[in-house]
Design a protein around this ligand. Sequence first.
Ligand code: FES
Length: 163
Amino acid sequence: MMSDLIATLSPEEVSEIEHEIGLVPRRDGAAIDALLIVQKHRGWVSDESLKAIAGLLEMSAEELEGIATFYNLVFRKPVGDKVILLCDSVSCWLRGYEDVKARISKHLGIEYGETTADGRYTLLPVPCLGACDRAPVMMVGDELHTHLDESDLEMLDAKEVAL
Ligand code: FES
């Protein structure tokens, strides 16, 4: 039964997860890495994937769900091609976070937790990204954007986004 579940993961995913498990004293110590490995391959972590990962880590799906929920960079719903993570912690807030958030939402026509109709962008809040001296900041996919102002929205390329 459990092996059926684990079979929903690809051999590549299993091998990458086993590698991470080999680096920690307990199998469940690789939980976040395992979730992020599957997310890297699939874009997000479905319920079925989560159960399979839990099986591989020899922990319950409920325990792993708790970790996935706590760690807000694990996406439990499908997301756009690129996820915009906008920092809403104090330094960014003091440096104009609210204006940036309003401009992004207006520009893309989405609120937090939503994805543009063309599937290109998902917008999510994130705690401090560790670049407070360059606030306000956001991640777009893997890229960090700092000192945000109106010009930073141009790279989101409104023309191609179906509002
Ligand atoms: S508060 Fe935004 S990067 Fe630290």
